[in-house]
Design a protein around this ligand. Sequence first.
Ligand SMILES: Nc1ncnc2c1ncn2[C@@H]1O[C@H](COP(=O)(O)OP(=O)(O)OP(=O)(O)O)[C@@H](O)[C@H]1O
Ligand SMILES: [Mg+2]
Length: 508
Amino acid sequence: MLSRLYTATLIGLDCKIVEVEVDYRKGNSYFSIVGLADKSIQEARDRIPSAIRNSGAEFIPMQIVINLAPAELHKSGPSYDLPLAVGYLLASDQIKEVSSKAIFIGELALNGDLRAVNGILPIVDSVSRLGFTEVFLPKDNAEEAANVSKIKIFAASSIKEIIKHLNREEFIDEYKVNPRDFSSQKGENRYDFSSVRGQNFAKRALEVTAAGGHNVLLSGSPGSGKTLLSKCFAGILPEMTIEEKMEVTRIYSVAGLTNKKNPTVETRPFRSPHHTSSQAAMVGGGTFPKPGEISLSHRGVLFLDEFTEFTNMALEALRQPMEDRVVTISRANGSTTFPANFILVAAMNPCKCGYKGDPEKECVCSQIEISKYQKKLSGPILDRIDLMINVLKVKNEELFSNFSAENSLEIKKRVVSARNIQLDRYKGLNIFSNAEMGQSEIGKFVELTESSQKLLRTAVDRLCLSARSYFRVLRVARTIADLGGSEKVEEQHIGEALSYRLSSASDL
Ligand SMILES: Nc1ncnc2c1ncn2[C@@H]1O[C@H](COP(=O)(O)OP(=O)(O)OP(=O)(O)O)[C@@H](O)[C@H]1O
Ligand SMILES: [Mg+2]
């Protein structure tokens, strides 16, 4: 007999429907799986007979040919176990009927138990949009799948439960959770600006960074608090919208970073890959591409500590994604695109020994060493970094005194209102923050007063600002004006924007 049912798989974040055809007929024992199935699917030939026998059904070796279509799609992974097994049972008449609007997905253990698979959220979301009405999947995937409301979810702990359900002997209850109230789930950040002593200049620079969605570079001597400040930064970004949470969860689901306990991503991502990370780890890769750090930071922060220690290859690979806010991974069998819209926070020492510009400790680097070190910084990636600041160590009296500082929540309120101004301004333009302004938008939206023009002209002359720095200053000044609720960019906004340039490498 011939049976037919459906499963689904992911190529990057794209969901593809796969048709499973099973031809079962009398003859010599023969079991073959065709249709560009890789080794992990071929191994199902060993798993399926055991799982079926251990579930009270029969596996009689006859002539079995399973075809996976479309044939040109490379197929991989153990999530095909369940559809293959159900297809066999249907063809051998041990299951009566399967709806053509059903999707089956799940890995089988030898005893017939079902194991969770990666990428469930984007799969269930896509199949429901494509008109499928029910999905059979492992229990441990249910919580994540239940975020999609327009499809019936039948979650089972073993294939035995699915056989009984399909044969109408014992029904599996539809898995339902109360619609997730994303809005009530505030993101938590362990690091709060109220615990950072002093550093008012750096804190303000990070507020501007967050408000305009800019990228920032922090330079300072060891122990000056760069890492601490960066970790606090994620806590002043606006809460993610529901759409953003779903978008980020899809990426984490594909990467296998969601589970029963954490079925969704609620807080803005903060990723801090080590400086030894390879190019593939940064941008993603693999035969069946998985998202890299830049996509795992989507809608959040990519924190590159010890920025100058990253390999040129890894940094170079960030260039195109920072421009396009997506990354395309090309493979022999096609290319995959993942989103990669993140804020870059980079931290570094100002020189090799780390103490250049430190008021207390002397730098022991030679001039050649310093310029060699700073050369590492030059390059196109700097074009995308709008704020570069020196972080000085807090003074001892600030360290030992009683202190109270503004907490992250207060700062976040200002950030959110500045962001709302930008959302209004750029409506319909497909940009959402000041950092995304190109030259034409700068010309249109950065209206300078007479005195601010004058100040800028003087700065260009005296500080020999490059064109690159000039536009950087205008973008940042726009954000500072938004934080102050000012439509025009005033002199003090330009003045403050000019201060967010490295004094040690002032015009990189
Ligand atoms: N302003 C501050 N208020 C409170 N704690 C601070 C402050 N600055 C630094 N610290 C503490 O000092 C320690 C070192 O700070 P941190 O690791 O952020 O420095 P760093 O600039 O990243 O140094 P390195 O260049 O060595 O990476 C941390 O334990 C941090 O909590
Ligand atoms: Mg550090």
